[in-house]
Design a protein. Structure first.
Length: 129
């Protein structure tokens, strides 16, 4: 089994770098995009195994990206975890209807996020050395 590819879509470069650090000990490829439009381009090109998606972003927000993702046959089944500061029940209900697999609020708890990711893709620790 090959290492999973995970796409992070968030307008915060600080958050994207925190995710790079969080996943560094694991065998995976981490791709990044700063907004939903760029996220769709990366998703089409690389077909990630999982997308970590922010809700509030410029250009195309998380809901817009989700709707467009679900319209494309090649990437429509890609599991998505929303990673956002928006914890309103109406938001959670909206993204659940769009097929989001899980929801993590920012600031995120690293071990919690890793456990949710590991339920959707195989995370293997990198060999020491």
């Amino acid at each position: 089994m090959s290492a999973p590819t995970i796409l992070t879509v968030d307008d915060s470069s600080v958050l994207r770098m925190a995710l790079v650090e969080l996943f560094k000990p694991y065998e995976c490829t981490l791709l990044q995009a700063a907004d939903g439009e760029a996220g769709l381009v990366v998703a089409r090109e690389h077909r990630p195994d999982l997308i970590l998606l922010d809700y509030n972003m410029p250009v195309l927000d998380g809901i817009g990206m989700l709707k467009r993702l679900r319209e494309e046959p090649e990437i429509r089944r890609t599991p998505v975890i929303m990673l956002t500061a928006n914890s309103a029940p109406t938001t959670i209900a909206t993204v659940a209807r769009l097929g989001v697999r899980d929801y993590v609020t920012k600031p995120f708890d690293g071990p919690l996020l890793l456990s949710k990711v590991a339920r959707l893709v195989a995370l293997t620790q990198r060999a020491a050395g």
